[in-house]
Design a protein around this ligand. Sequence first.
Ligand code: ADP
Length: 226
Amino acid sequence: MIQFSNVSKRYANGFDALKDISLHIAKAEMVFLTGHSGAGKSTLLKMIPLIERPSAGSITIDERPLVRVKRRKIPALRRDIGVIFQDSKLLNERTVFDNVALPLLVSGAHHPREVGRRVRAALDKVGLLQRENDFPVYLSGGERQRVGIARAVVNRPKVLIADEPTGNLDPALSREIMLLFEQFNQVGVTVLIASHDLELIGAMDKRIMVLSKGRLLADQGGLGGA
Ligand code: ADP
């Protein structure tokens, strides 16, 4: 489903963040990306929703080369890719409901009743239906991250990308968040998670790709491990 072929990334300052990366992630696979800070994990993730573009090589999603995605089609591509960050990046002056509704309102294509239905379905999946009218400051770190996940899945994306989603959480909450990702994966969502927490990702028994200084050092386990 996601194919990187000889992808390199040189930032404007001349720094080579990714060097000749080739990998394939199958549909409905769940994969971890690990490596030290600065290894290039975020850079690799950012290529998928076209936040960054490769300097060399090519990326395809569902056989479609990203280089051919026209600027006006980028929002549609991003609706198919849910993105979750370490800090859930919620709007503090908006309720949980409004935060989760945001991607639907931005795309503007939905009747208010449909927005309500989809937001509540997403909140239900992360176990926070009863908190829809609360403001983020009244939530715990784990709950905030679950709201971030609800917001990422409200457009029913085919792919979920998470960059250190448990970076601010204790081990028990981190494990809960990973199990939540696994639930989305079990219903067919392709999941790619960057994490430096080897203990946590080792316990998940999935494919693990290791980046070091911009190179793919190892790729093991799971369905499509090459
Ligand atoms: P990781 O997520 O594994 O910590 P990153 O992808 O964030 O790694 O960063 C990889 C390297 O690229 C780091 O050395 C970082 O400083 C550098 N880098 C990241 N973004 C930029 C940028 N916009 N311009 C220049 N260098 C960058």
